[in-house]
Design a protein around this ligand. Structure first.
Ligand SMILES: [Zn+2]
Length: 386
């Protein structure tokens, strides 16, 4: 479990650098413990993880808990203290941890050959009529009530032919980004390209996105960040382009795949804009790339919202960056789980029902290492008494 250990070490090191606004002697909990405590809840997919670890330390763990052994924490702060201390921390604080995971996976050859696909997509992660902060966007509902919400621009890395998707750092929509949904997402996407995209040119990325990105300034921003684009382009929202193509003889390609009753004819027609060369040969490769976008949207956000990640759950809102920072930590947990799915053999073996087991066994047993925790889940044998 060396890789997972190294990811958690990276989390620990970055947490140590979180801004500490306490003055005086109120420093019982280090920022390292505070950052790791919040992260551990998402990583273990257990909102009660910290409470169980406190009970474990006071009881059978005799002063020790899995929060200490698996995450390297030295004390367990309260939920309220964690929220108060994290509110205001910059939302890009953990960017380097995302980047380290991508580099690590690339280093072991598990990620991709050739180009990487990065799908950009907006998602709402908070919505309430009661709770709000100065950074909430707002909208009027039909019944006259005001609804507060937060959205972010998610970026997910996929490799054609690979199942694993890896989230990159998100960019949060600001209320002043624009009145229309698409202005907000495009503005956030441009910031993302300058902040994160420009540091990932070594992936030779092709950016995938919805029709709302298929506009000249956004395409220029992609190229300025060293990437290429492949954006959906609906004729209804691109009238001039549609009219231009209407009279034109479209260069199309027909391919027959399979045999007998399984035989299907694939006909490729241009419904996206791209700056990659489109030829009779390359169109058969480009079309699946475009479709990969839909898959990411469906699978990533589905897992994040309905899987164990509860992306839309209000873990804490705060007055400054708390709601957004908790999304970052949740996405980092998702990134690490997906990375382990790819490269950690012991993790792969224990993956079925993993989180159910993690929640249960860490509540009652102390484990000194990830190796020991996963071995117990995989073999069903408790760790040797100590
Ligand atoms: Zn808010």
């Amino acid at each position: 479990m060396d890789r997972l250990e190294s990811y958690i070490t990276a989390m620990r090191e970055r947490s140590a650098g979180l801004p500490d606004r306490r003055t005086g002697s109120n420093g019982r909990y280090s920022m390292t413990d505070i950052g790791l405590a919040a992260f551990s809840v998402f990583f273990m997919q257990s909102p009660s993880f910290l409470a169980h670890q406190e009970a474990l330390a006071e009881g059978p763990g005799r002063g020790r808990s899995n929060a200490y052994t698996q995450f390297g924490m030295t004390a367990i702060p309260s939920d309220n203290h964690i929220r108060a201390m994290l509110d205001g921390a910059p939302t890009d604080h953990f960017d380097s941890v995302f980047a380290a995971i991508v580099r690590d996976l690339e280093g072991c050859g598990g990620l991709m050959d050739g180009r990487a696909l990065i799908a950009l997509d907006g998602s709402e992660h908070f919505c309430s009529r009661k709770v709000s902060c100065p950074h909430c966007s707002s909208r009027k509902r039909a019944d006259g009530a005001t609804e507060y919400f937060h959205t972010f621009l998610g970026a997910t890395l996929v490799a054609p032919g690979h199942k694993t998707m890896l989230p990159l750092p998100p960019e949060f929509v600001r209320p002043q980004d624009g009145a229309a949904k698409q202005d907000c997402e495009v503005a956030a996407a441009k910031r993302w390209l300058a902040r994160v995209g420009a540091g990932h040119t070594w992936l030779r990325p092709v950016y995938l996105g919805d029709d709302l990105f298929a506009r000249q300034p956004m395409c220029a921003a992609v190229q300025a960040a060293g990437g290429h684009f492949l954006f959906v382009c609906k004729p209804s929202s691109h009238k001039t382009l549609g009219e231009y193509l209407n009279g034109a003889e479209l260069d199309s390609l027909t391919k027959t795949r399979g045999r007998g009753t399984e035989k299907r004819i694939h006909r490729y027609r241009c419904s996206f804009v791209t700056d990659l060369p489109v030829t009779r040969e390359s169109v058969a490769e480009l079309a699946p790339c475009g479709r990969a976008r839909r898959k990411i949207e469906n699978e990533t956000f589905n897992v994040l919202k309905t899987g164990g990640y509860h992306l839309e759950h209000n873990f804490g809102h705060g007055k400054e960056t708390l709601a957004s920072l908790l999304v970052v930590l949740n996405l980092l947990a998702f990134a690490m789980h997906n990375a382990c799915d790819l490269v950690e053999v012991q993790w792969q073996q224990a993956r079925a029902h993993l989180f159910e087991h993690i929640r249960t066994v860490t509540a009652y047993h102390l484990f000194l290492s990830w190796h020991s925790l996963l071995r117990t889940i995989f073999t069903g044998m408790p760790p040797p008494p100590r």
